[in-house]
Design a protein around this ligand. Structure first.
Ligand SMILES: Nc1ncnc2c1ncn2[C@@H]1O[C@H](COP(=O)(O)OP(=O)(O)OP(=O)(O)O)[C@@H](O)[C@H]1O
Length: 582
C-alpha cells in the first residue's frame, strides 16, 4: 500500500482516494473478490466428495469490493475450515461438474486475481490469533521465559528486527513509520519481541502481515484480548486498509463477539452450514451480558491470602510495576483491569511465583500450605503455590501439553490436584485405560491426611472424594451443561482426547482443572475466549454458585478475573472489587 493511499482515506464519508502508485494488479475491478457458487461443499483434502461428510455444506458466498465481511462461528464451528479453503488447504467442491467448469472459467475462488498470472494463494495472508488448538506439541514449554532473563540469542531479537525482515519495511519506510505509530508500537521497537504483552504482540503481528503486502488479509479473532482503546485504534486501521484495498481484509469473529462498525456483512457458520447476511447498524450484536443480581458475597472471616506492599518489577530501565500494594482475602471477588501492557500478566506471574523477580520483593506474601496465613514468597516452594492457586490464562492454555497418543479430558482435569502437567492416573487399572482412565485418580503418600486410619484406607477415601469431585465439575461444566439435547454424555466427554476438543472446550476443561481441587485462590485471565455463549453461561452459573445441588466457588476461595470488559466479570458491581493498573 502506498502511504498516500493510507493517508487519503476519509473514513466517515467513505470517500476513498487511492493513490496512483498503488501496486495493485491489472485485475478487473468489477470482478468479485471471492466467489463460491451456490450449493458448494468444503472438504478436507484427501476425502472423497461422494462418501465423506463436508466440513461445510451448501455454501454460497460472494464477496464484492465494496463489502467488508466478518466470518462468525461458535467454538469448533467452522470458520477455520472456511479460512483453510481460502488458503487452498481445503477443497471447495461446486455441486456439479458443469458448475465446476463455469466457476473455473470465471476465475475460480478469486476472480479479481484471475488475470494476474500469479498463484492466488501467494497473494493471501492469514494471521490467526486463536489460541493453539492442540496436538502440535507433546511437551510442556516454559511460558515463564519471558518473565526472566533473556536466555537464548534468539530471545534478544527486537520488535524492530522482526518487522524489518519484511520487504516493505525497507521499500516503504513511511508506511512502516505510520503503521508503527498508529498501532502504538513506537516505544516498543527496541525491546525483545518475546517480552511483548498479548495485546502488543497481536498489534505487532498485524503490522508484520500488512508489511508483507498481500492482496487479501485474513485475520482470525484479531480483537480478542485488546483493551478498549487498542480495539478502537485497530478497527480504524483495518477499516482504512480495507477501504483502500491495501490489503482487503476479512476477519473471523467468535460467536457473540461484538461486530465492528466497519463490517458490512457477516457469514455465520453453524453446524457445518453457512448463512450470509448484511449487517444493519442496529443489528450489531451486543457484547455478552449475562450478569445477574445476587446478594453480595460475604466472607466468613477476612483471612488474608495474598499481601503485597510496594511491589516493583523493572527490566533494565523499564518499570513495569511501580509500588503495587494489594491484599486479597478469602471470599474476595476481584476484577483486575488495565490497558494492554499495563502489567496484569506480570502481576499474575508474581502471584503464581513464576516471575523470578517474585523472590526479590521486600514484601510479597503468598498463600502457604497449612493455612497459617500467607508467607514470604521465598519460603514457599513453587510446587505448593501450584496446588494452592488455580489458574486459566492464555499462556497456560498455549503451554498446556497435548501429549501423543493423547491425554484424555479426564486426565487433564486430574492435573488440577497438584497444578502440574502430568496426569494423576499412573496407577489406573488397565481396563480403565481404554476409557481415558476416566474414574481414577492417583493419591500420593504425602497427600494422605495424617489421621487415625491406616494409610491405604485414608488413601482410598481421598481417592473416592477426588473422583467424585472430578465427575462433579465435569457434570457442571461439561456437555450436559452446554450441549442440551446433544448426543454426547459426560462420560464420553471425559474419555475423549483433550487435544481433539475444540479450543473453547479445551479452555473449559482447563477451567475445570483450575477449580477441581477447590484451591483458595483462583486466577481467571481472559477465561472466556474461544467459548461460545452456552459454555460461558454454564461457567458463570458455576462460579456464581447458582447450580442447584452444587457448591460452586465458595466463600473460602478468592477469585481474580482479568478482562478488559466489565460485562465479562461474573459478579455484579456490588459483589466485585476492582484493582486497576494505570
Ligand atoms: N522481559 C521483559 N523485558 C522488558 N519488558 C518486558 C519484559 N516482559 C514484559 N515486558 C513489558 O512489560 C509490560 C507489561 O506486560 P504484561 O504482559 O504484564 O501486560 P498486560 O497488562 O498483561 O498486557 P495485555 O493486556 O496486552 O495482556 C509490557 O509493556 C511488556 O512489553
Amino acid at each position: 500500500m502506498s502511504l498516500l493511499a493510507f493517508k487519503n482515506m476519509h473514513i466517515l464519508g467513505r470517500n476513498v482516494l487511492v493513490s496512483s502508485t498503488r501496486r495493485y494488479v491489472n485485475s478487473d475491478s468489477s470482478a468479485p473478490i471471492i466467489r463460491i457458487p451456490f450449493g458448494s461443499n468444503v472438504y478436507a483434502f484427501g476425502t472423497p466428495s461422494t462418501t465423506s461428510r463436508p466440513l461445510i455444506s451448501n455454501l454460497n458466498w460472494n464477496v464484492r469490493e465494496t463489502e467488508a465481511w466478518a466470518v462468525v462461528s461458535g467454538t469448533g464451528g467452522g470458520k477455520r475450515a472456511l479460512f483453510k479453503a481460502l488458503l487452498g488447504h481445503a477443497r471447495v467442491a461446486p455441486p456439479t461438474t458443469e458448475i465446476q467448469g463455469q466457476w473455473a472459467q470465471a476465475g475460480g475462488l478469486y476472480p479479481f486475481l484471475a488475470n494476474t498470472g500469479a498463484d492466488p494463494y501467494t497473494r493471501v495472508s492469514y494471521v490467526s490469533f486463536r489460541h493453539r488448538g492442540g496436538g502440535e506439541s507433546g511437551v510442556f514449554f516454559d511460558y515463564t521465559a519471558r518473565y526472566g532473563a533473556i536466555r537464548e540469542e534468539e530471545d534478544r531479537v527486537t520488535l524492530k528486527d522482526t518487522l524489518s525482515a519484511s520487504a516493505a519495511a525497507e521499500k516503504e519506510p513511511e508506511l512502516f513509520d505510520t503503521l508503527i505509530k498508529q498501532m502504538g508500537l513506537t516505544g516498543l521497537l527496541d525491546i525483545p519481541t518475546i517480552t511483548l504483552s498479548n495485546g502488543q504482540t497481536r498489534r505487532a503481528r498485524i503490522v508484520k502481515a500488512i508489511l508483507d503486502q498481500p492482496e487479501l488479509l485474513l485475520l482470525d479473532e484479531p480483537l480478542t484480548g485488546l483493551d478498549a482503546s487498542s480495539r478502537k485504534a485497530l478497527n480504524e486501521i483495518l477499516e482504512r486498509l480495507h477501504l483502500a484495498r491495501a490489503p482487503r481484509v476479512i476477519i473471523g469473529l467468535r460467536k457473540g463477539e461484538e461486530i465492528p462498525r466497519w463490517i458490512t456483512h457477516v457469514l455465520e457458520i453453524a453446524e457445518g452450514t453457512a448463512i450470509g447476511r448484511e449487517v444493519i447498524p442496529s443489528d450489531h450484536l451486543p457484547h455478552q451480558n449475562i450478569s445477574g443480581v445476587s446478594k453480595p458475597t460475604k466472607s466468613p472471616r477476612k483471612e488474608v491470602l495474598v499481601d503485597m506492599k510496594n511491589v516493583n518489577v523493572v527490566y533494565g530501565e523499564r518499570k513495569v510495576l511501580t509500588d503495587i500494594s494489594w491484599e486479597i482475602c478469602r471470599g474476595d471477588r476481584w476484577h483486575l483491569r488495565g490497558a494492554n501492557g499495563s502489567g496484569k500478566t506480570t502481576l499474575l506471574s508474581l502471584l503464581t511465583g513464576d516471575h523470578p523477580q517474585s523472590y526479590v520483593q521486600a514484601h510479597l506474601n503468598l498463600p502457604a500450605l497449612g493455612g497459617d496465613g500467607p508467607l514470604p514468597r521465598k519460603k514457599i516452594p513453587t510446587a505448593h503455590l501450584r496446588r494452592l492457586i488455580g489458574i486459566v490464562s492464555p499462556e497456560m492454555f498455549d503451554a498446556f501439553p497435548r501429549r501423543h497418543p493423547g491425554m484424555s479430558v479426564w486426565e487433564a482435569v486430574t492435573t488440577g490436584f497438584d497444578g502440574g502437567f502430568v496426569p494423576r492416573t499412573r496407577d489406573a487399572p488397565s481396563a480403565m485405560r481404554q476409557h481415558g482412565t476416566a474414574g481414577w485418580v492417583d493419591v500420593a503418600d504425602e497427600e494422605v491426611p495424617q489421621v487415625d486410619m491406616i494409610l491405604e484406607e485414608s488413601r482410598e477415601l481421598l481417592r473416592r472424594h477426588r473422583i467424585a469431585r472430578c465427575w462433579e465439575v465435569l457434570g457442571a461444566l461439561g456437555p450436559a451443561a452446554w450441549n442440551q439435547g446433544g448426543p454426547e454424555s459426560t462420560a464420553a466427554f471425559a474419555s475423549s482426547q483433550f487435544s481433539a476438543r475444540s479450543p473453547g472446550e479445551q479452555r473449559l476443561v482447563l477451567l475445570m482443572r483450575a477449580l477441581v481441587d477447590r484451591p483458595p485462590l483462583i486466577l481467571l485471565d481472559e477465561v472466556w475466549s474461544g467459548m461460545d455463549d452456552s459454555m460461558i453461561a454454564a461457567a458463570r452459573r458455576y462460579l456464581r454458585g447458582e447450580l442447584p445441588g452444587i457448591l460452586g466457588v465458595n466463600n473460602t476461595q478468592a477469585v481474580v478475573v482479568i478482562t478488559h470488559w466489565e460485562d465479562e466479570v461474573p459478579w455484579n458491581s456490588e459483589e466485585v472489587r476492582r484493582f486497576t493498573l494505570g
